[in-house]
Design a protein around this ligand. Structure first.
Ligand SMILES: [Zn+2]
Ligand SMILES: [Zn+2]
Length: 328
């Protein structure tokens, strides 16, 4: 079963809101990287210390497996499919994507989609739920904005009106049910690694370490990567395409974000199935959509089109679509 996604963001396209402007100084740029990257490096550095005591291959394998399963549920499912309608999916794939994405602990699917459609409708303008430019362009305002865009918006937020931004999903019985099952899926995503770790190692200690690394650390890591797309990818990076906002392509996060950090390309062509449109831009999510298409589960995939993207190039940039771009 497929459904045509409506895009409520299109009607706001012409709203006469001024765009925010301003560029970061090198110092601000350095601070953003410091705050965003150093804690994660510290976490990575803890791995060799813990190795052999409280961390082993089973923990690492489970953490990677659940990281990519739930991460792709968000990037392919919540984002490219449910929010933007980058392809059509059969019922099985649709349900699997909604369940996998819900296990990322980023909120129920309908609320996630409503927030993100609102983000595109008002990107970096008043009404955007998470713009780092919300408070202005001075260093202090940007530091505050970074925090707000990264995770602050989650703590004191107005609820996005799902009736307005996601009526298609509210009307879908499968999706509405998965949306209500979010608390249960949260329990599953936290307990499944522990159960697997315990069974594989046949020990309680194996369950405990798997819970720590493959549940807690894995969820935290994916949270930060997803949030970085909202914060960093609206602050630093390349802007080959003219977008109405400050979105940027930030290559260091390409693999961890499964292709989502090609965020300037995404804002230039929101319904495209591939975000890393240019040659050499890794996009694991697009590769998987391509496999779904081969399997016949995904149809009407919106691969990048040279004419559609070429019109949006900024002066001084060439398109150089990847050789495989048009087929994923
Ligand atoms: Zn964005
Ligand atoms: Zn988007």
């Amino acid at each position: 079963m497929t459904s045509v996604l409506r895009h409520p963001d299109s009607e706001e396209r012409q709203a006469p809101q001024p765009l925010l402007s301003g560029e970061q100084t090198p110092t601000e740029n350095f601070l953003v990287k410091l705050f965003a990257v150093v804690p994660l490096l510290a976490l990575a550095a803890s791995v060799p210390f813990a190795w052999g005591w409280g961390l082993g291959w089973v923990d690492l394998g489970l953490a990677a497996g659940f990281y990519f399963l739930t991460g792709l549920g968000v990037t392919i499912g919540f984002h490219r499919y449910f929010t933007h309608g980058a392809f059509k999916a059969n019922r099985g794939l649709r349900i699997a994507l909604a369940v996998a994405g819900s296990m990322a602990m980023q909120g129920p699917v309908i609320g996630w989609v409503a927030d993100h459609r609102r983000h595109h409708a008002f990107a970096d303008r008043e009404g955007d739920p998470h713009s780092p430019w919300r408070f202005g362009t001075t260093p202090a305002a940007l530091a505050r904005g970074f925090w707000h865009a990264h995770m602050g918006w989650l703590f004191d937020r107005e609820k996005t009106n799902a009736q307005r931004f996601a009526p298609d999903l509210l009307a879908d019985r499968d999706i509405a049910r998965i949306d209500r099952l979010f608390p249960l899926l949260t329990v599953v995503t936290l307990l499944a690694p522990a159960v697997l770790g315990g069974v594989i190692t046949m020990s309680w200690w194996g369950a405990v370490t798997a819970f720590f690394w493959a549940s807690l650390v894995r969820v935290a890591l994916l949270h930060h990567v997803t949030w970085s797309v909202n914060s960093l990818c609206h602050m630093i990076g390349d802007r080959p395409f003219a977008a109405r906002d400050k979105s940027a392509n930030f290559w260091p996060l390409a693999i961890a974000s499964m292709g989502e950090s090609w965020h300037n390309s995404h804002h230039a062509d929101p319904t495209g199935a591939r975000h890393g449109v240019r040659r050499g831009q890794l996009d694991i999510s697009a590769r998987l959509i391509w496999l779904f298409e081969k399997a016949g589960w995904a149809t009407d995939v919106r691969w990048p089109k040279a004419d559609r993207l070429g019109r949006k190039l900024n002066p001084g940039h060439s398109l150089s679509l990847g050789r495989s771009a048009s087929r994923g």
